[in-house]
Design a protein around this ligand. Structure first.
Ligand code: SAM
Length: 162
């Protein structure tokens, strides 16, 4: 499988899993957290499916396409190891969806970081809330979910708080 195939599978899976999470949590209120703004593509998809006011974005910098740059009030700027505990104090366990796409090209580093950041993400989810991640996560209380149609195994991961 070429790098292009892997990239396409990741993009297709992100969209399928985000759309699934939006549908599944339609009856749940609460904020949506986008961890890793990057170019802003998945942020733009989330705000198109939901609304700009519902989506809060976490990144250590803003380097997104101007067409998909969040308003300053929606950005929690800094290292997520610091901004996630701040978000817990501000929002409590209220998140409807957390989408994380924080990784780079080094799979071992991504996995080590997923282990470190999982305990900081877990308490943010509301009951029934869904976590969508590009990396396998390490949660104690969140249940892994099967992927929806259109998503590719291993390219996206879903978890739910019961
Ligand atoms: N989903 C985005 C999109 O559709 O354009 C791409 C996200 S990009 C792969 C990863 C982003 O995560 C980068 O912008 C990087 O700055 C951010 N990031 C990685 N580690 C971080 C950390 N520890 N704290 C805050 N942001 C981080």
């Amino acid at each position: 499988m070429s790098r292009l195939d892997i990239f396409i599978n990741r993009m297709v899976s992100q969209r399928a899993c985000i759309d699934f999470a939006v549908r599944e949590t339609a009856a749940t209120g609460g904020p949506v957290f986008e961890l890793g703004l990057g170019n802003g593509r998945t942020y733009d998809h989330l705000r198109e499916r939901l609304s700009q006011e519902e989506v809060f974005v976490f990144d250590r910098e803003v380097a997104s396409n101007p067409a998909s740059t969040p308003p300053r009030a929606q950005i929690l700027m800094g290292d997520v190891m610091e901004t996630l505990p701040q978000a817990l104090r501000r929002f409590g366990a209220t998140a409807r969806i957390v989408h994380a796409d924080l990784g780079g090209h080094n799979l071992e580093k991504n996995d080590a970081f997923a282990r470190k950041v999982s305990p900081l993400i877990e308490p943010l989810l509301a009951p029934g809330g869904i976590m969508v991640s590009s990396d396998r996560m390490y949660f104690e209380a969140l249940e892994p979910m099967p992927l929806p149609e259109g998503a590719v195994e291993g390219r996206c991961f879903l978890y739910r708080r019961g």
